[in-house]
Design a binder for this molecule. Structure first.
Ligand code: ADE
Length: 350
């Protein structure tokens, strides 16, 4: 494979075909790149597009993010999932203010020393913002590289990941502009060299692609060994109240560790062995059993969990220190997971 020729072709293609995305500014802003790259990890561009600009409008600088209460950061992240990323981004902004006077560092090692910044994000910022010859490897890049070399292996295996980083290093060395080259491979993976419905006819790298030559693109990478999903059962009790300032819903804050840490929910109990009885739900929420009305149920499925939710309504619920009514109008500003929003929808709260 002629690396110089391949990288030139990808760069030319990217210059002409890159999607117009809000973080792709003519001159990249390091803070904007940090936010967008963290949002884009394990999350589709279409989802990120809804959340990116409001986040930047609310926290326009590293300093403003560093100063913000965690609740507000989580609220602006709500809907993107993997909330640990939001907490890490917050901690990262604070570390940048404390140890780098508010400037995102340029050097790969300094970037990687920041909370939440791994090899991928450090490489993305060093290359895309500061034009350094740092490689990046994510799922899209690995798939593209495996197909170019016709390697039918699962893309998460340790040896495969090591190989992909080595290959990405060689290619970025051969490239004209590391910023354009790195993003071109990600873009190719996102729009052409996709997991399914691959568009080889439009691929700028087709003449180099060993899998295309062998007719094996569809079967590369091999399927990942499936992560074992943990089964869980949640019961959520929705209590609303008409208040002077509008209708309200009773919410509590989750503990600061574990799943959906620090986020808000209608009073919810969870366990991992079986669904809850009505009695258990009533006792936990401080409600007369007779006044509990079962509204429906749904499954919330993520990479690591299958959570069965049963949704109840109750007229009133025992208040605790951790529970307070929030107006329905203000829910946009509260950190609420997609699973809880599904529960609210079952109770007619959108
Ligand atoms: N995925 C991760 N980083 C990306 C970027 N900069 N553009 C599009 N998709 C991405």
């Amino acid at each position: 494979m002629n690396d110089a020729k391949l990288t030139r072709q990808l760069e030319t293609w990217f210059d002409a075909n890159a999607r117009d995305l809000p973080w792709r500014l003519a001159v990249r802003d390091p803070y904007h790149a940090l936010v967008s790259e963290l949002m884009l990890q394990q999350t589709q561009v279409s989802r990120v597009l809804k959340k990116y600009q409001p986040f930047i409008d609310r926290f326009p600088t590293v300093q403003s993010l560093a100063r913000a209460p965690e609740d507000e950061v989580l609220a602006m992240w709500a809907g993107l999932g993997y909330y640990r990323r939001a907490r890490m981004l917050h901690a990262c902004a604070q570390a940048i203010v404390e140890t780098h006077a508010g400037d995102v560092p340029e050097c790969l090692q300094a970037l990687q020393a920041l909370p939440g910044i791994g090899r991928y994000t450090a490489g993305a910022i060093a290359s895309m913002v500061f034009h350094q010859r740092a490689p990046i490897v994510d799922g899209n890049v690995t798939r593209v590289l495996l197909r170019l070399h016709n390697k039918p292996v699962p893309q998460t295996e340790k040896d495969t990941v090591k190989w992909a980083w080595q290959r990405a290093t060689n290619l970025v060395e051969a490239s004209n502009d590391p910023a354009v080259f790195n993003e071109s491979v990600m873009e190719l993976g996102a729009t052409i060299c996709t997991p399914k419905n691959i568009r080889c006819a439009q691929c700028p790298a087709r003449s180099h692609c060993q899998a295309f030559k062998a007719g094996t693109t569809e079967s590369i990478p091999l399927p990942k060994p499936r992560a074992k999903q943990k089964h869980m059962y949640c019961a959520t009790v929705i209590t609303t109240k008409a208040k002077v300032q509008g209708n309200s819903i009773l919410l509590e804050q989750r503990p600061s560790t574990g799943m959906w840490a620090n986020m808000y929910q209608a009073p919810t109990i969870e366990r991992d062995d079986r669904a809850h009885t009505h009695n258990e739900v009533a006792t936990h929420s401080g409600v007369e059993k007779e006044t509990l009305e079962e509204l429906g149920s749904f499954m919330h499925i993520t990479t690591h969990r299958i959570v069965e939710f049963v949704v109840y309504r109750a007229d009133s619920i025992r208040p605790t220190q951790n529970r307070a009514y929030r107006t329905l109008d203000s829910l946009d500003q509260v950190a609420i997971s997609n699973a809880q929003r599904k529960a609210f929808a079952i109770a007619g709260i959108e």
